[in-house]
Design a protein around this ligand. Structure first.
Ligand code: PLP
Length: 412
């Protein structure tokens, strides 16, 4: 055993700090820094109106009942909530989710439901068990970058499915599946991040028919369907193709993103391997947080609080859409979501939304250039993602007015 004499000064050769870059695995470079996060660093300067971020409003959190929920959970489950628990999830939460999922049209038993550390945790498990280097994964164009961040370490190749105002175009999906063997199709069919678009019911049925015919697997990521401000709910694709869909959802937008609670219903074989993958990732999701979420549902708190969240966001979305309508110049189009957290705007062909970004920042408004949500270079240069959850209606209106003025300058 070598004894280190702490009184001795370090050898002269070790003056500079070691550079461990050479230790990184080959695949690590695929992880990259999130361009969005880097872009948003500029946007977090004081005084900037940020339409860029994607956070729920702090005033949507049920702060005043968290103490009550925590003491209910501690009283009811005692040391169980501080102990290691099953990887599949805290049983009372899995039970409580049966009704919540039934309300979305998904009829399952508690055993069919697994809990994840945010839906991000489930995306990571899916990447880990399904993707081998070079495998093809089909995604929407544009798509959610966080999912790509979960899949990228496993080195897939992405194939884009074309979209229009109603989301994924079924014919494009059918063509893609006829020409390629894809590991899975990743979709956000309801109030998509980034586009805000929702795939209508008739298209969902077509998509289900296509994946059943091709014996393909969809990952249906649904963090936003509960945030509906108008219109009628649309059932998940899962109900039309139960054996071909892994359905993911989350408490991040209906309780708290900081608690990191997601849930998932997957075909049996996929579910089995997701649980094994999760064991290696984090053993299980926080027992105390799961118990709190379980009380949130069974005590009727979610049902009472959800309308409050919807009431915070509805006027924000309406004010943003009205401001876009009245101030953006001809040639600009925007999505008209009935829920979620994002509006998507597109300028005429050739318009450069990234150039606009820097000019808008100078005038005090931030957004995300849409091209970052595409897996193929050269796409979406004219597009932008606008978030409406993080500012009050008056600020949103001011932000859109400034953005419209910068756009007009840019177009002249
Ligand atoms: C489409 C989509 N999927 C997944 C997530 C991650 O959610 P969670 O907080 O449940 O990990 C988000 C978060 O914004 C999202 O927009």
């Amino acid at each position: 055993v070598e004894v280190i004499d702490m009184n001795k000064s370090a050898p002269a050769a070790v003056e500079s700090k070691p550079d461990f870059g050479y230790l990184l695995a080959e695949r690590t470079s695929n992880m990259g820094a999130s361009i969005i996060r880097e872009t948003l660093k500029v946007a977090s300067r004081p005084g900037i109106i940020s339409l860029g971020g994607g956070l729920p409003a702090p005033e949507s959190f049920p702060l005043e009942i968290i103490g009550e929920l925590t003491s209910r959970a501690l009283k009811k489950y005692k040391s169980l909530v501080l102990q290691y628990g099953p990887t599949e999830g805290f049983p009372p939460l899995r039970e409580a989710l049966v009704d919540l999922l039934a309300g979305r049209g998904i009829d399952v038993s508690a055993d069919d439901i697994i809990i994840s550390t945010g839906s991000q945790g489930a995306l990571l498990e899916i990447g880990k068990i399904l993707i081998s280097k070079g495998d093809k994964v089909a995604v929407e164009a544009p798509t959610y970058m966080g999912a790509l961040a979960a899949f990228n370490p496993y080195e897939p190749r992405y194939l884009s499915i074309e979209t229009d105002d109603d989301g994924v175009i079924p014919e494009s999906l059918d063509r893609l599946l006829s020409g390629h063997r894809v590991k899975f199709i990743y979709l956000v069919p309801t109030f998509q991040n980034p586009s805000g678009r929702t795939v209508p019911d008739s298209r969902r049925r077509e998509i289900a028919e296509i994946v059943i015919r091709h014996q393909a697997l969809i990952i249906e990521d649904d963090p936003y369907s509960a945030l509906r401000y108008r219109g009628k709910p649309v059932p998940p694709i899962k109900i039309y193709a139960p054996d071909n869909v892994v359905y993911l959802s989350t408490f991040s937008k209906i309780l708290s993103p900081g608690m990191r609670l997601g849930f998932c219903v997957a075909p049996p074989l996929i579910k089995k391997w997701m649980v094994l993958a999760k064991q290696g990732i984090d053993l299980h999701t926080s027992s105390l947080d799961q118990a709190i979420a379980s009380e949130y549902i069974t005590g009727g708190y979610l049902e009472r609080h959800l309308p409050t969240i919807v009431d915070v966001y509805r006027p924000r979305l309406e004010r943003m859409l009205a401001a876009i309508e009245s101030s953006f110049p001809d040639g600009f189009e925007s999505s008209h979501p009935e829920g979620g957290m994002f509006v998507w705007a597109a300028g005429p062909d050739g318009f450069d939304a990234e150039r606009l970004y820097w000019k808008a920042i100078d005038r005090g408004v931030a957004f995300i250039p849409g091209k970052y949500f595409y897996t193929e270079k050269g796409m979406g240069n004219e597009t932008m993602r606008l978030n409406f959850t993080m500012s009050d209606p008056e600020t949103l209106e001011r932000g859109i007015a400034i953005l419209a003025a910068v756009i007009k300058d840019e177009m002249n």
